[in-house]
Design a protein around this ligand. Sequence first.
Ligand code: NAD
Length: 365
Amino acid sequence: MPTMPLRAGGPAARIAVIPGDGIGKEVTPEAVRVLRAATARSGRSIEFVEFDWGADKYLREGITLPAGAVEMLRDEFDAILFGALGDPRVPTNQHAADILLGLRFKLDLYVNARPVELLHDRLTPLRDRTERDIRLTVFRENTEGLYVGVGGFFKKGTGDEIAVQEDVNSRKGVERIIRYAFDYAERNKLRRVCMSDKSNAMTFAHDLWQRVFKEVRQEFPGIESRHLYIDTLAMELVRDPSQFDVIVTCNLFGDIISDLGAQLAGGLGLAPSGNIHPGKTSLFEPVHGSAPNIAGKGIANPLGSILTAAMLLDFLGWEPEARITREAVKSALFNNYLTSDLGGDRSTNEVGTWLTEFVAQRTKI
Ligand SMILES: NC(=O)c1ccc[n+]([C@@H]2O[C@H](COP(=O)([O-])OP(=O)(O)OC[C@H]3O[C@@H](n4cnc5c(N)ncnc54)[C@H](O)[C@@H]3O)[C@@H](O)[C@H]2O)c1
């Protein structure tokens, strides 16, 4: 399911590439190859600049997100293609927090778009479900909630320890993500938006979500709007995913529910995402992490990263290139040209090469 184009679709783009750690370093180059192939023959120019930010640099130089990095990305690049961060040698995950959360917050990437699309019937663990039944997008608020890092310890390390983590919800933050979800539904001719919260228990923070939802939905009378508590949404997604087109929710619930969604559509190896601020430099990454258990073996599935590249192309307004990239992924699935997580016996590089050739042959001049 394409995200809406957020850029005008100009003839050239500059992309910052941050492969990161573990399998991020293996799947991201494959996505770059496919992007190069998709744009090479379509008359548009795409420039990639790679940055080595990640655990190795942190352990070597003590640097996570270099000084001036945010301003440089904001001013000099259209988008960021990101791999994954996380390394067992950095148990605190400090570099990941500084780089990924740092970019989400400092670039104000308030939309986390996570499409859940079943590309082949056999990939879903649900019985008797087809591609028609699983086709939705989760919009997760990406700059607030429980992820802002407000909190603290009291009497840490003692038997009387208390830990506090604040859930921060601003009127502005809640309103803009809910409006984005409705706007997305309207532009893509989707009928239904579901807002999910836990307002029966979180009676302050999610009361705000309730009030804003009721207000914003008045602006979209053509769209069927509905509310479900997050626990009910989890059940309903498994029972009958066909009842959803667009889901909008807070940072924590969106994190969890989109992983549930990813599994309905074939697993983490296939799940793309975008961290978006409409009209500004935005960051695109596969949903999966750095997978240290398989890193270095050449078996990571690159399709999540390549579908992420398709979302990046949507963001640039380059619709034909995005379409051909998705067709290539579908074709790999139909031809069973896959890595072992999806039942195939191909390497990361073999799958990437196959898709690159598919795209190079199909892209019209
Ligand atoms: N956005 C991010 O950078 C991000 C997201 C999630 C986790 N992480 C980090 O990644 C590290 C590992 O976390 P985790 O194990 O919980 O999650 P993970 O997504 O890295 O891996 C979960 C499981 O899925 C498998 N898997 C994931 N992606 C795959 C792919 N492309 N192909 C085949 N199999 C794949 C892994 O082998 C593993 O068994 C941690 O340090 C964590 O903090 C980073």
